[in-house]
Each structure stands twice: as C-alpha cells, then as structure tokens.
Design a protein around this ligand. Sequence first.
Ligand code: COA
Length: 328
Amino acid sequence: MQRPVAQIDGLGIAVPDRVVTNADFEKTLDTTDQWIVERTGIRERRIAAPGEMLTPLAVAASERAMAQAGVTAADLDVIIVATVSGDRRMPSQACDLQAALGAANAAAFDLGAACSGFVYGVSVAEGMIATGQGRTILVVGAERLSTITDFEDRSTAILFGDGAGAAILRPSDGRRGILSMFLKSDGRLAPLLHIPGGGNLEPPSEQMIRDRRQFMKMAGREVFKAAVLAMAEATDEAIRRAGISPDDIDLLVPHQANVRIIEATAKHAEIPMSKVMVSVDRYGNTSSASIPLAIDQAVAEGRIRRDSLVLLVAFGAGFTWGSMVVRW
Ligand code: COA
C-alpha cells in the first residue's frame, strides 16, 4: 500500500433551505413521484431561492470544513472550486469565495470537471501538497445547477439540485489520507451531456434563449450506459492502485446521480449495498457537491469513522471520471 501524501482533515457542507419534492414536480410537469423514485431513487432536492447565490453556500461549507480542521482563512494556501454553475463567468468562483472568506494568503482558481470535480480537485490538491506548493488547501464542490436546469424538460428537471461541500487537504500523517487516485476523460462524448448555448459556439441571443439552449441537454439513456462503464473502470483502478481488495473497503461513496447507476457500480465492484452510501434520495444530483454531501451524511450516521477505508468514485459531463481510496 502506498504511503499517503495528503489527507482530508475537515469536511463541511451547506445546502439551500428550500426543499422541492417529487410531488412539487407533479404540479408543473407530466411526471409522477413513482416514476422519479423508480427510475432515479430521488425523492427531493434542494433548490436555491431566487437571488440566493452560490458564494454564500460555498462560504458556509468552507467555514465548517475549516472549523473541523482547526484552520483559519489566513492559513489557506490554495482554494480550488470545482463548479459548472458559478455566480458569474469571470472572475472565478474561487476568487469570489476567497474574497468572502478573507483568505488573503491563498491562490484561488476554478476547476471544470463537472460531476467529477471534487475528485479532480482533491487530486490537484494532493499534487500541490506533494510538490510543496501548499500545505493547507481548500477544495470545494459547489453548484447552483438550478440556474442551468430547464424546468420545462421533465427528463432533466427532476434530476438536479443545488449544494456545496468543502474539504481541507493537508499533508498526511503518514498513515491516513489518499492511498490511490485514478482520473480519466473522453471528450468525444461531450454532446451527450452539455450546455449548447451561451459560449463561443452559440453566443447569447434572443433565439438561443427562446430555444432554451442555455440549459443542460442530456441523452439520458446513453449517459446512463457510459456512467456504468466508467464507474466500473474507476472502482477497479482505485482498488488495484491502492493494492487492496474490495472486501477491504468499509464504504463506497459514489457520485449521486441515480440509484440504479450506484447499484450497478456496487455490483461490479462486488461491494454489498450495505457498504454503499446513498444520499441521492435527499439531494438529487448536485454534481461536484454530491460526494462531499454523501460523505457528510455518512460521517453523521457513523458509517465513516477515523481509519475507515473509503472508496470515492465519480462520473460527469466531459465525460470525466475518477476515483480514489482514502484512509479516513
Ligand atoms: N417522468 C415521466 N416520464 C419521463 C420522465 C419523467 N420525469 N422523464 C422521461 N420520461 C419518459 C421518457 O419520455 C420516455 O418516454 P417514451 O418511452 O414515451 O419516449 C420514458 O420515460 C423512458 O425514458 P428513458 O430516457 O428511456 O428512461 P430511463 O429509464 O433511461 O431513465 C433517466 C431516464 C434520465 C432517469 C436515466 O436515463 C438516467 O438517469 N440517465 C443518466 C443521467 C445522469 O446520471 N446524468 C448525470 C450524469 S453525471
């Protein structure tokens, strides 16, 4: 087993207060609670109120993570925010977060890896710790997906939610921390899950807005199949690279997109569902925030303890995927 370089010392989350249930969608869309639960496992999600921005959510999650790790904003060397739904296109969400935290000594930047963003962010932080570029690094997965969700499209509206999760990465004590890491992407699959309008390809226009091309478009069935394959590869690789067997894993924490994808991943990895974290029922798919939200719940429920061996695995638009084994 590799000697870890970095460990997660503190974790915090924040979600909007507003709960939107499947029954709420029954009033506005041709859908049912039964369809949504059977096909996705989602029962409710948090949706930001109008005017409720992402920065305060990211701040709340970060402050909780910092308090748990016993560090202050002045201690932060680097701030990495993984997001596809920041408050504005420029500057980065990470710089807005830095200003709000008063983290005057940090370098701050965003990372774009969609739903794999938290795993990618932790990987970058680990590398920066390994090369001595930072000792205290804040990694945040924060999303206001409701901004880029088409609430008139029943095939996507019901899937997504808003939220933020933050982690403090610090040098490992030599035993705890990240034991393996695996990242991969396939940009050829981009058209299966993307936002067509608003960038250089289709600059903002009245027509673009009328056609609702500022929102996420998804080929659900194809994404589902690709996700199952990618998550299988990612679980295999993280386990192999850590030099352990599936039996050693105390808890699998997969990206929370769809309970059927989670079940297929667990089955492939030969990890029983009793050792799998599911929080998609409460939060829906919150993209880069989903893994920290699931970890937070697992810790609260006593399913992750000090020294637990945890397998994180993610998949998202790009396509991107990745995984890691962590001794908590
Ligand atoms: N309520 C009721 N019916 C719905 C619906 C909804 N909210 N959304 C879609 N349908 C309908 C479709 O229109 C389709 O109807 P048709 O057969 O008359 O054409 C039918 O349900 C089946 O659609 P299909 O897309 O084949 O369903 P599915 O079993 O693949 O489930 C998803 C759809 C989106 C839940 C599923 O494909 C999925 O989860 N994909 C992956 C999405 C994902 O994880 N994305 C993020 C990756 S990070």
